[in-house]
Design a protein around this ligand. Structure first.
Ligand SMILES: Cc1ncc(COP(=O)(O)O)c(C=O)c1O
Length: 437
């Protein structure tokens, strides 16, 4: 008797390919993720992923905190908790937000599994398929993943050295509305932007808020890096000046530990109720163990001194990056000068394509994220993001040296054969190369 052949059996094809919901069409592996496998090999200098340098934490103190917590309060720490988050932690979050000027009531806060989860919940409760979300050009790659998984239409708004441009924002809102579209959210990362590395000044924030207010829209303010300014100053959050029209997202990922997965949203009353219900359907409740770990850490450790340690670590790495870029990059290469956070946005000389160049960079043992990953519409070919948060300064210098060599070679290739973009335009569309597919 012939064995029955199941569809896809014996192959790597997915037999369920026709069964997935339409919303999963937006779920594709981000370029950052696809890169992690290669970039995490020790011989590669990865300037790609934005991993916080958690080794700078007082790990012994953290270990004692967790041990004490389980020993003394294990019955609570290991139990289900509230869908809104632990009440003591919500009170402490108010203190953590004091430097950015956000004042609220503990009831206004919803604790989530990282701010990524909060972002997902906000989009889930606001956006129907086809709703327009306005975002910076470029923007945070995994926010794009959320918007596309809820089938939103993403409209990019140009930035300048101070971030989101209010005039362009107003135009984009008007244009979307004139085209009969429903605009739902404006998503911005005002402080030490991922990936652009720029920061909105106070006047710029006020202008952005004014545009959003006058359009009657909700602003989604994502602020993972606000405390990580290198000169010690902390930019005032937009939420500090508007409580009804802003949902503010915060996280402990960059100031304590990303692996604990604790973030939060501060939202106006009605929105907060919906977020709690959405949080419950997604996870029942955020982890008590990790929330109480953070809560104990905040109560017993000099957490703000630790923030200062992180600032110093990242400032030194930023300096290593900028000095080597200035010393080594071929003419025509430009980059942003971050005053905080983890990233610099590099624009390559004319004719170069960062996505096409990536396999050659990885072969030269350096990795970055190509700019196209930070756009929903294919922009960004000439750009790339460099993260300086994780490698030691010496590795950063070596990474930039390798990258400069790759760019030099690329320029020679372009001089001889023409730019990849020009070749692609001449030859028409082709399948992606195996390296990038
Ligand atoms: C702009 C931005 N928003 C949100 C997140 C998600 O952070 P969390 O670890 O809190 O989920 C990140 C992480 O890199 C980020 O850069």
């Amino acid at each position: 008797m012939e064995p029955t052949q199941q569809p896809g059996a014996g192959t790597r094809l997915d037999p369920w390919v026709d069964a997935y919901a339409a919303r999963t069409r937006g779920l594709t592996a981000s370029q950052v993720r696809a890169l992690f496998a290669v970039a995490s090999r020790p011989e590669v200098v990865s300037l790609a992923g934005g991993m916080p340098f958690v080794s700078a934490l007082p790990l012994d103190a953290m270990a004692d905190t967790v041990a004490r917590l389980i020993r003394d309060r294990g019955a609570v720490a290991l139990q289900y908790g509230s869908g809104q988050g632990d009440v003591r932690l919500r009170e402490q979050i108010l203190e953590v937000m004091a430097p950015v000027g956000v004042t609220a009531h503990p009831d206004d806060i919803v604790v989530t599994a990282g701010s990524q989860m909060a972002l997902d919940l906000v989009v889930r409760v606001f956006c129907d398929p086809g709703d327009v979300v306005l975002v910076e050009a470029p923007t945070y790659v995994t926010a794009l993943g959320v918007f596309s998984s809820y089938q939103c239409e993403v409209v990019h708004v140009p930035m300048d050295d101070e971030g989101l441009r209010p005039d362009a924002l107003r135009e984009a809102i008007d244009a979307a509305r004139a085209a009969g579209k429903r605009v739902k959210l404006v998503y911005t990362i005002p402080s030490f932007h991922n990936p652009a590395g720029v920061c909105q000044g106070p006047a710029r924030r006020a202008e952005v808020l004014e545009v959003v207010r006058s359009a009657g829209l909700l602003l989604l303010e994502d602020d993972p890096y606000g405390l990580l300014g290198f000169d010690g100053s902390v930019p005032r959050a937009i939420r500090a000046d508007e409580s009804e029209g802003v949902v503010y997202l915060g996280t402990f990922s960059k100031t304590i530990a990303a692996g604990l997965r604790v973030g939060w949203a501060v939202a106006p009353h009605g929105v907060r109720e919906k977020l709690v219900l959405a949080n419950e359907t997604a996870t029942l409740c955020p982890s008590n163990l990790t929330q109480l770990t953070i809560s104990e850490y905040l109560a017993t450790q000099p957490w703000f001194d630790q923030v200062k340690v992180f600032r110093e670590v990242y400032r030194e790495r930023r300096d290593a990056l900028l000095e080597s870029l200035a010393g080594l990059m071929p003419e025509g290469t430009r980059w942003t000068v971050p005053a905080g956070g983890f990233y610099s946005w590099v624009t390559l000389p004319d004719g170069l394509d960062a996505a096409a160049m990536l396999p050659r960079a990885v072969a030269a043992l350096v990795a970055y994220v190509p700019g196209t990953g930070f756009f929903a519409d294919g922009q960004g070919r000439q750009s790339l993001r460099l993260s300086y948060c994780y490698p030691e300064p010496e590795r950063i210098r070596e990474g930039v040296r390798r990258l400069a060599g790759v760019i030099e070679t690329e320029l020679e290739i372009v001089e001889t054969f023409g730019s990849p973009t020009a070749v692609a335009e001449r030859e028409g569309p082709s399948a992606p190369s195996p390296d990038l597919a």
